[in-house]
Ligand binder design. Structure first.
Ligand code: SAH
Length: 296
């Protein structure tokens, strides 16, 4: 376990403690210090806090387990320009961790599940990578091309009734307008990289196992999957974005993948304060298939 990860676990325990007691304590690192002084006492403290953490994580996941956003509600948001999730600049976590995703490779095939009109897609295409995205909103897809001054073609997707694919061949960007759960590797193959921002945290919580299975099926042997998740108190906000603890990331992907926590940052801004939150952490994970060449 690396120091970042240990640090994050401690921060996380601090969060849980503060929520359990209903006291807005920021980061309680006390137990970790005492465990260095007295190993056995520390072990006891840790196992108690581990089991209470498990109980609390389950309870917190339960808060949002039944929450459902219908596809029509997403489309309504696009129609009403209620797309606060869209960012006008390249995502700092993608920028910061791009080297780890590329791992020395050029011309990588990137997949963007639930792509919206993320300008990250253009940023990667400008660097010679190709991009395939999936998005339910046709308005969102068209805005992506228009706002980035790109022409696009539009064709039906024979394998998916009602779906369309919008392409810009010069930049090698193809965006599929359909429900992600209708998409599969038989449509556009497998990918060398995945940037999951606002995707696992946006799909309905009850669909997470199905989502993980789909994503793994889209990973090429050398795929490096960068996943962005949020930790916050689901008693204070019902999502989306939804609360996805690291424990769940590991349980969703851990059987077939290596899961590494790369970064954990305080991402609380006025936007989250307006949702009623007083803490908001953003975690970035790097996921690779076990026994693949991408783990080195
Ligand atoms: N990744 C983008 C958008 C995140 S918001 C970004 O970083 O800006 C989630 C997006 O997923 C919305 O644009 C919504 O319209 C779309 N969406 C939600 N559920 C979907 C589904 N099941 N299939 C395809 N798109 C979906």
């Amino acid at each position: 376990m690396n120091d970042d990860f240990t640090g994050c676990l401690l921060v996380w325990c601090g969060f849980l403690n503060s929520w359990v007691n209903g006291i807005p304590v920021k980061y309680n690192l006390g137990p970790s210090l005492s465990s260095r002084v007295d190993q056995r006492a520390g072990d006891r403290a840790r196992s108690t806090s581990d089991s209470s953490a498990q109980v609390n994580i389950s309870r917190m996941l339960g808060q949002q387990a039944e929450r459902v956003m219908a596809l029509g509600e997403w489309e309504e948001r696009w129609q009403q320009d209620r797309i606060g999730f869209h960012q006008p600049t390249v995502h700092r976590m993608l920028e910061k961790n791009l080297d780890k995703v590329l791992n020395g490779r050029t011309g990588v095939r990137f997949f963007f599940p639930l792509c919206g009109k993320a300008i990250d897609m253009k940023w990667l295409a400008d660097q010679g990578h190709s991009v395939v995205g999936v998005e339910i909103s046709e308005k969102g897809i068209q805005q992506f091309f228009e706002e980035n001054n790109m022409t696009f073609s539009e064709e039906p997707v024979p394998e998916i009734p009602g779906a369309k694919v919008f392409r810009n061949p010069e930049k090698n960007i193809s965006l599929y307008q359909c429900d992600l759960f209708q998409f599969s590797s038989s449509i556009a193959g497998r990918f060398g990289a995945i940037w999951d921002r606002g995707s696992l945290v946006a799909i309905n919580p009850k669909d997470r196992e199905k989502y993980a299975a789909l994503i793994v099926s889209l990973m090429d042997n050398d795929c490096r999957y960068l996943l962005d998740t949020f930790l916050y108190n689901p008693d204070q906000y019902r999502g989306p974005p939804f609360f996805v603890p690291d424990e769940q990331v590991r349980s969703l992907f851990g059987s077939s993948c290596n899961v590494e926590l790369l970064q954990s940052v305080d991402a609380l801004t006025d936007r989250q304060r307006d949702w009623g939150l007083d803490s908001f952490m953003e975690n970035i994970h790097l996921i690779t298939l076990k026994n693949s060449s991408a783990t080195k």
